[in-house]
Design a protein around this ligand. Structure first.
Ligand code: GDP
Length: 684
């Protein structure tokens, strides 16, 4: 029989979790009593543990829904707050502290919260019961509270006092029953006294005859009668020292038993003692739950049909849970990564690295061969990394006829290129490109709205890339090492690089032209000419003591003028060099000293080819292999259920889908359990 009650309590708790189904309630026992009536003592004597918040100003501010589970397998009492994910608590002082904290979290000016605290206590000693300790209903109502708050408190409590719940109305024997606030409240909710059990506490404080009078109450008759208890040992008792914990409850039981034994005649035929109270509660709860079960079956069935219909219409019966949604997300991400891997492979690596090295080559050329004006260098901070090792001249075509000079110059330039740290440079380049692409990828999906998931994906990518970064950079650097000593060029390579150099210089030429045109357009053609002439004259007169007229050009305009002069010079040099490259001299690799653009291009190509071999295998392929696995690990297993739920329910449609499905599943579960219990009842 006990087992059936437990199953019905389980059904009750399942139905409690069905959103918005306030009428799907199986009965519970609701405990009310004014302050000091002994309400906590009664509840604690049923549980056999002290766990409720104490103190005169400790008013309960939230209902406590207490589920007691008789569990013969557990060694001692275990408490759980399922909503807080706190399980297996054996320290009841800790339980008390959690309850105090939860109550105090309700702001004083709100007085009560309708949101119940769910507490489960499992023990071999407790009966299967479902009890609700109501917020300081009566005491708060009696206290000096604004009417609005009183109304609120009443609303929270009245809901619990409604049918089919059983009311446990607690009154102390040393207070006249006519003044019992608990009985008054119970009568309001249950005028015919059909669902109320009267509890008279502190029987030891009154004469046994007076106590008997209360228990046989004719004035306030209750169908389920009254039970008299002694739930606390009077402190003055010298035989029993003040005890704590389980000892205190054993002592309490002994005192109570002795008291009723001593007054056997007075209390004969009456319901007295906490032991009997427990039995009565089990019986009453089981009976009322059984009675409620059949109508509940029909109600649950109706609710289930409606929910199933909605689920079919809105979501075509498609199965979705938070975990499944997360799994789908991971799958989608994996697909996206696969697509990305097809778009970003060796050719893309090559062009990425090549264009970076092209830029370095252009910078080097500007620095060592085409340089003349400072602003260009300033505009390219990368150049400042290079060392200046010799005086610079501007034009190869005007070069001194000094072969060693040009040989040395090309050697130095080549060394500058091969020693820029291609290993780190290329590895960083690829790593950053991948991270940028991952960002783009995330931002093209719904994941962009979830910072936590976004962060997890980024961290997964960074961790995979980090694992490989150093070894890849070292490998690449090692493999390009031979180029630091010797570069052999084949005719075919020379001719390809020649074409490429011409393209590159043409592109540079175009860009310089565009930059020049922009200045011309913003400043105005004539004005620009004037400024440029002015600056050139100024430059030419350096050292002369001629006072020149300031033509009223602002410092900004002078700066633009300088830029324009620089660009004009660069255009001239580029045109000159393009002619050089196209000339027959530059057709032959033997003339490499006169065609540094082509030779450096060959070097850049060789560096690129070698580097990408390793970058592709060591970094990129490894990333495509490891990243999805790392994602699976971080998103699939490392996140808490709550984090996954928060993620899934961020999308309102997904939220509705999941909640509707959860509702359906809970109702199905409840219904199958109701069917089981009813089948057993039929057999009994
Ligand atoms: P609550 O405020 O209604 O929860 O009441 P408590 O359970 O905290 O009890 C109020 C006071 O009454 C405490 O000091 C208890 O020790 C005392 N008390 C409770 N039950 C009994 C009892 O059966 N006999 C005696 N003498 N005192 C009791």
């Amino acid at each position: 029989m006990l087992n059936l009650t437990r199953q019905m309590i389980e059904i009750r708790n399942i139905l409690l979790n069905v959103n918005g189904a306030t009428d799907l309630r199986l009965p519970s026992i609701v405990v009310i009593g004014s302050q000091s009536s002994g309400k906590s003592s009664v509840l604690e004597s049923i549980v056999g543990q002290e766990f409720l918040p104490k103190g005169s100003n400790m008013v309960t501010r939230r209902p406590i829904e207490l589920t007691l589970v008789n569990d013969p397998s557990s060694a001692s009492e275990i408490a759980e707050f399922p909503a807080l994910k706190m399980f297996n608590m054996t320290d009841f002082q800790q339980v008390q502290k959690v309850l105090v904290d939860l109550n105090l979290a309700v702001p004083h000016d709100e007085a009560v919260s309708a949101d119940p605290i769910q507490l489960t206590i499992k023990s071999p000693k407790v009966p299967d019961l479902s009890l609700v300790d109501l917020p300081g209903y009566i005491q708060v109502e009696a206290a000096d509270q604004p009417t609005t708050l009183k109304t609120k408190i009443r609303e929270v409590c009245d809901k619990y006092l409604e049918e089919p719940n059983i009311i446990l109305a607690i009154s102390a024997a040393d207070v006249d029953l006519a003044n019992s606030a608990a009985l008054r409240a119970a009568r309001r909710a249950d005028p015919r006294g059909e669902r109320t059990i009267g509890i008279i506490t502190k029987l030891d404080l009154v004469e046994p005859d007076v106590a008997r009078g209360m228990l046989t109450n004719k004035k306030y008759p209750l169908k389920m009668g009254y039970v008299g208890v002694i739930t606390k040992i009077p402190k003055s008792t010298s035989i029993f020292q003040r005890k704590t914990g389980v000892q205190a409850f054993i002592a309490q039981q002994n005192t109570e038993r002795m008291f009723f034994r001593e007054n056997k005649d007075v209390f004969s035929g009456l319901s007295v003692g906490t032991k009997l109270l427990k039995k009565k509660l089990i019986r009453v709860l089981e009976r009322s739950m059984s009675n409620a079960l059949r109508p509940m079956q029909q109600q649950v069935l109706n609710e289930l049909e409606e929910t199933s219909y909605k689920f079919k219409v809105e979501f075509n019966d498609r199965d979705l849970t938070c975990e499944k949604y997360m799994a789908q997300t991971i799958d989608n991400l994996k697909m996206e990564i696969k697509e990305f891997s097809e778009k970003f492979g060796r050719p893309e690596l090559k062009s990425l690295l090549r264009s970076e090295l092209d830029q370095k080559v252009l910078d080097l050329l500007a620095l060592r061969y085409w340089n003349k004006s400072e602003p260009y260098i300033k505009k390219n901070p990368a150049i400042s990394d290079y060392e200046f090792e010799e005086p610079q001249i501007s034009e190869l075509s005007n070069a001194k006829n000094d072969e060693t000079f040009w040989h040395r110059k090309l050697d130095l330039s080549t060394a500058n290129l091969t020693k820029i740290g291609v290993g780190r440079l290329s590895t960083t380049l690829v790593t950053e490109a991948i991270l940028t692409e991952i960002d783009v990828l995330i931002n093209s999906t719904d994941l962009r709205n979830n910072d936590m998931i976004k962060q997890a994906i980024k961290e997964a990518a960074i961790s995979v890339l980090n694992q490989r970064y150093n070894s890849t950079a070292d490998q690449v650097e090692n493999c390009i090492k031979p180029f630091k000593y010797e570069i052999e060029v084949e005719d075919r390579e020379w001719s390809l690089s020649r074409k490429h150099s011409i393209l590159l210089l043409n592109e540079e030429l175009r860009e310089v032209q565009v930059a020049y045109d922009v200045i011309k357009k913003t400043v105005g053609g004539n004005k620009l000419k004037q400024i440029m002439t002015y600056i050139e004259n100024e430059n030419n007169s350096v050292g002369q003591t001629i006072e020149r007229e300031n033509l009223g050009f602002s410092p900004g305009l002078i700066l633009r003028g300088r830029e324009a002069i620089f660009l004009k010079d660069r255009l001239a040099i580029l045109n000159l060099r393009l002619k050089g490259l196209q000339s027959s001299t530059c057709k032959h690799k033997e003339n490499k000293f006169k065609c540094p653009e082509i030779f450096l291009d060959v070097v850049a190509e060789k560096l690129t080819q070698t580097a990408i071999l390793f970058l592709n295998v060591e970094l990129l392929s490894d990333f495509y292999y490891s990243f999805p696995r790392e994602l699976e690990k971080r998103l699939g297993t490392k996140l808490t259920t709550e984090e996954i739920e928060n993620y899934a329910k961020q999308d309102p449609k997904v939220k509705r889908h999941i909640e509707l499905q959860e509702r359906k599943e809970l109702l199905e579960l409840a219904l199958s359990k109701i069917d089981d219990v009813m089948a057993i009842q039929k057999r009994l």
